[in-house]
Design a protein around this ligand. Sequence first.
Ligand code: PLA
Length: 429
Amino acid sequence: MAMAMRIRNAASRRAMSPISGDFSLRSMSSWWKNVEPAPKDPILGVTEAFLADPSPDKVNVGVGAYRDDNGKPVVLECVREAERRIAGSSFMEYLPMGGSVKMVEETLKLAYGDNSEFIKDKRIAAVQSLSGTGACRLFADFHKRFRPDSQIYIPVPTWSNHHNIWRDAQVTQKTYHYYHPETKGLNFSGLMDDVKNAPEGSFFLLHACAHNPTGVDPTEEQWREISQLFKAKNHFAFFDMAYQGFASGDPAKDAKSIRIFLEDGHHIGISQSYAKNMGLYGQRVGCLSVLCEDEKQAVTVKSQLQQLARPMYSNPPLHGAQIVSTILGDPELKSLWLKEVKIMADRIIGMRTTLRESLEKLGSPLSWEHVTKQIGMFCYSGLTPEQVDRLTSEYHIYMTRNGRISMAGVTTGNVGYLANAIHEVTKSS
Ligand code: PLA
């Protein structure tokens, strides 16, 4: 009883105090009054709009997520088998800050080559990252911390999130020419001029293969010239390799740009992702590596990468890393993976041909040669934002407003519908 009285008295004292009642509610609700809604993400926002559309005809060629020919998400057979093998393991401990050592070891081989001297000499500082995005962000933070006065040169156009990543890491961004809208190909001379005119020792972001969004890559010869010019200018090359295997169907071939830079003696950085080539999108598994002068420097750099990771997310997730190391650590599963990557890449290449042929059969007055010339997951169609808006509002076809079509979402079932809609919105242009 006495206890109940004491509680009631305390409650009424609180009600009378100036920090209680309406006043405190008002001040609490005003904490975030200056916060404006964030703009929709140009890629993931498209998925949100697609999901909200009840139309049975809807088609999502927005985000770069692979679908089989029935439009269904794919879990690779090698991944299913790896999952079966690790199912018995009840290991749930934290990974080290730098992630799974085994996964990182296997991942480096894919980028630097199975017999890479740099791996043997332990010259690579590498950590498991939260997929490709996390690798880019970790590198951007590392860049800011240790080379705070230098800038990053980013191609025009690029994956929209690159700008967000280096912005949030507070690294000053510059751009370099990459794409030629008239030829729908590479603006090689513009690119070389920008590389030449950048201050010595600048940082450049390069897409290792299957450039997003354009699907346009330099040829091998052009990569050699770019590498030579980088040498002359002492520039740093940071490769974002989010689509290894998706360009040619062969991960070793798709690492050619990187291998050229390595042969030429560059000390590069690489972001690798298993989202697309192993279909591990939501597992968030990737790797950031930085090639150093020697083992001692690599140990030091790795310690700093870990130091950056620790206050952000402490250590990376376990399950995806187990899947990757199980697959790549077993020759049979690895060769199954290579076959499956090729199947995905070939299906996309096939859809490019069908899309182009369908547009030509419809009598489109425009050239669609670029649809088959471009490589990787995306077709940079040349559709204007207004034409894309019409595709969405009249045909329930969802894609980014820059006219990028995720070819991975095109199937035998929807390619005719897509071609017809594209024809309808472009025929008078
Ligand atoms: N780098 C490039 C060039 C990418 O296109 C993407 C993904 C990433 C990194 C990051 O991928 P990850 O973090 O999932 O490994 N681009 C997608 C998805 C496929 C996205 O925007 O997040 C795209 O549709 O462009």
